[in-house]
Ligand binder design. Structure first.
Ligand SMILES: [Zn+2]
Length: 398
């Protein structure tokens, strides 16, 4: 059975140019791998006004519990300047023991290995002692509106229930076995506009410079720290990401100035409480602005970016232990359990079942010459295979 070879699976997937939002043949190629293994495969197209339609795939093997889900995406980021690649980005060429191509590590490689792991499991042990499903989106690298979130809802409405999920995103900084992700920080973005009165720079008493208000407001968000971190998370951190005045003239006091910010917050907070803390700091700084002696409080407006990402931490020890032990068995290394990095689609999955993330080494993701060592594909397939066996054994313990 050729699908038991992750290298062949990955070459097939890379040769489908599935740059978001294009399906590029990648989901069809995956479907062709899963059908012979016995999966029931469904394709779900998600739509949203003003956005391109996105193809997604849900496939399930077995019809009883316990139910293990593998989640990921077949879409990839654009290759950039193709001439800068050592080998064409969609040719899936092998050189020096490495397979080159866009999506090699993020994350067609993870999918290729999980397919191979399931194929080998069936060859060796027969059908799994429960169900295995693939929940694969074509919209992770783009706006992620027509992807995992809608696919989960669609499947759940059809009665699908899961006991655990493994996301195959690249999680290892340097070598396979470094790191399992067991949670993610939340993320909230916003923009604060400070209102002033426009005027001549030589007649400041007739104007009100909004920059005098902006500076204390921005600094109140950056200091003091929001917290000192928790057992499983680093300290929350807010960065001012842009300051905009849009004023080309040196002799004009502008009417308005704004700054944008983003905070990555830990499980001390929820999206709502962190927003409340931000408002409290802004109000306090506006009322007592030292740069505006004798003036009224700073007038400001705030707009929040849509769709904050919620913080989560997986506490399912059987799931974490099954994966951690599989990594140790295959690599001899003890993976760090981490919550670092940006957000991922795990933030949607956590509302349905416990979720952990483990995939390839992320060093070349999104870069020119994205590539994966053939040896890593074999090792990851073995880790996934060991994990599948252990997870079902653990889940079926009385
Ligand atoms: Zn990814």
């Amino acid at each position: 059975m050729s699908t038991s070879d992750p290298v062949i699976n990955l070459q097939t997937l890379i040769r489908c140019p599935s740059v978001t939002p294009a399906e590029g043949g990648a989901l069809s190629a995956l479907e062709a791998m899963l059908l012979p293994l016995g999966f029931k495969v469904e394709r779900m197209v998600a739509t949203e006004p003003g956005m391109p339609d996105i193809e997604n795939l849900y496939a399930r093997l077995g019809n009883k519990g316990p139910h293990l889900m593998f989640a990921g995406h077949t879409d990839v980021v654009p290759p950039g300047d193709e001439a800068s690649w050592s080998h064409p980005p969609f040719a899936a060429m092998i050189a020096g023991g490495e397979l080159f191509g866009r999506g090699a590590v993020d994350m067609k490689g993870g999918i290729a290995c999980f397919v191979a792991a399931v194929a080998r499991h069936i060859e060796k042990h027969g059908m799994p002692k429960g169900s295995i499903s693939f929940l694969i989106t074509g919209d992770e690298e783009g706006p992620a509106v027509n992807g995992t979130e809608k696919l989960l809802k669609w499947a759940a409405e059809r009665g699908e229930r899961w006991d655990a999920c493994l996301v195959g995103e690249p999680t290892n900084p340097d070598a396979l076995g470094d790191m399992i992700k067991i949670g993610r920080r939340g993320s909230v973005s916003g923009k604060v506009s400070v209102l002033g009165v426009q005027g001549h720079a030589a007649y400041p008493h007739l104007a009100d410079n909004p920059l005098r208000g902006l500076l204390p407001l921005a600094s109140a968000l950056m200091d003091p720290p929001f917290d000192t971190g928790t057992d499983n998370f680093p300290p929350s951190n807010l960065e001012v990401t842009s300051v905009d005045v849009g004023n080309p003239a040196t002799n004009v006091i502008p009417a308005r100035a704004s700054f944008a910010f983003n905070i990555r917050f830990n499980d001390t907070w929820t999206a709502d409480t962190v927003k409340a803390e931000i408002l409290r700091r802004l109000d306090a700084a506006a009322a007592g602005s030292p740069l505006r002696p004798g003036r009224d409080p700073v007038r400001y407006e705030i707009t929040w970016a849509e769709r904050p990402s919620h913080v989560f931490l997986t506490r399912n020890n059987a799931l974490i232990a099954s994966l951690s032990e599989a990594v140790e068995t295959v690599t001899g290394r003890t993976p760090q359990l981490s919550t670092t990095g940006g957000t991922s689609d795990a933030r949607f999955i956590k509302d349905y079942c416990p979720v952990v993330e483990f995939g390839l080494v992320g060093q070349t993701m999104h870069m020119v010459d994205e590539r994966v060592a053939l040896a890593d594909l074999e090792i990851l397939t073995q880790i996934y295979g060991t994990f599948i066996s252990r997870w079902f054994d653990n889940a079926l313990l009385p």
